[in-house]
Design a protein around this ligand. Structure first.
Ligand SMILES: [Zn+2]
Length: 73
């Protein structure tokens, strides 16, 4: 199934990815939109609110948002 981003009109084929991307937005737009939400969650969970700040390296090995955070492709 092919989807189109409601924001930047990028199209992609659904490959069973995370729920984070199933709201009509592509990875990049979803990520940008999620930054404030995820940072709030990080603080609530006792972590640094570092989501989206690292570019390629992250030392927060236990952070569950790490994969999304570092996915800059
Ligand atoms: Zn987009």
């Amino acid at each position: 199934m092919t989807y189109q981003c409601i924001k930047c009109k990028t199209t992609w084929v659904n490959g069973g990815e995370s729920d984070l991307y199933s709201h009509g937005l592509c990875k990049d737009c979803a990520r940008i939109l999620l930054i404030p939400t995820i940072r709030r969650k990080q603080l609530r969970e006792g972590n640094f609110d570092c989501f989206g700040k690292a570019s390629s390296y992250c030392d927060q090995r236990l952070c569950k948002y790490k994969l999304v955070c570092l996915n800059n492709s």
